[in-house]
Design a protein around this ligand. Sequence first.
Ligand code: AN7
Length: 369
Amino acid sequence: MINYQGIIAKYRQHLPVTGKTPIITLNEGNTPLIPAPSLNKLSGMPGMEVFLKFEGANPTGSFKDRGMTLAISKAKEEGAKAVICASTGNTSASAAAYAARAGLKCFVILPKGAIALGKLAQAMLHGAKIIAVDGNFDQALDIVKEISEKYNVTLVNSINPYRIEGQKTGAFEIVDQLGGRCPDFHFIPVGNAGNITAYWKGYREYKRIGRISRLPRMLGWQAALSAPIVKGKPIKNPKTIATAIKIGNPASWQAAECARDESEGMIGLVTDRQILSAYRHLSQIEGVFCEPASAASVAGFIKLAAEGFFKRQPMFSSVTVCILTGHGLKDPDRAIQESSKFQTCQPKLESVLRLMGIQKKPAKRKQLA
Ligand code: AN7
């Protein structure tokens, strides 16, 4: 027997499972909550503690696994033979993996040319049937919704309520990791808006059963040219380098607005430049490699900090959690583009030393202790 067996086993009493539900798990969840000292300082608030919830540490490298373990377990319980999703990449990688484990067929409808390489590689190797449409994510989602209504194939996008149920465990885990404390500020990227909906549900449920006595403020972040909720209208042709959140008409739009309003939070926008700056900051200062869409949460934090948002808070100390939704390895092309070039040389000591910037001969051999 092993100790940790995934989010369904851990949070069973909070989830819609019974003894008859086959648990399809890759031991997802239990992801690290990593302190980010450089962000404490940036906040301008002396008692601020910032943590990064690194969802890239899930088995397929994103937060989607929390929802997928439940969606696929329930699909299996209900006798499904096939599942389908539209995806900007991570949902497809997760669906393909859990479907493989469950012995279900998996159909994936992707916007052509808009999926980061790592995600595509995952869906392909897990054996999903992949169809790339010459359109965007919103169009792909409309198509899969219609197919799942008319044919015998289960939709595993976050419109599927089991996805939200599974993903709400992220909120439980944060509170548990903080020793029963609720964060004051919860920063999160917003795409199709399922995750902000799920976290808000999780926090509210923990409050209802008395595990926490108050709720965090939910601060969601969209990319500037893919910000339908901020602009108050669907975006026909969304654009951003953060392909995971390149979404113009989010499925959970209203629920996200509820989370924002009930928590006295906000949904704001960050430019691609701000997203990439946070992406490099996290990797180069904190040693944490997330994908660009994930860095939108930290970009939002840095933006609010620069505007003096935290200094204006009437609190002595506070805890902030930024959700890093996906692993940096998902989008290796972007990582390389954002880095300085490396050098090559002959396999000779002098050549390597020259490129290292070491010119002098060593004065004497270093003594080994
Ligand atoms: C890394 O995979 O929509 O607001 O189809 O992959 O719950 O949509 C991914 C979304 C944030 C946004 N960060 O979450 C998909 C998909 C990463 C993501 C989001 C996504 P939602």
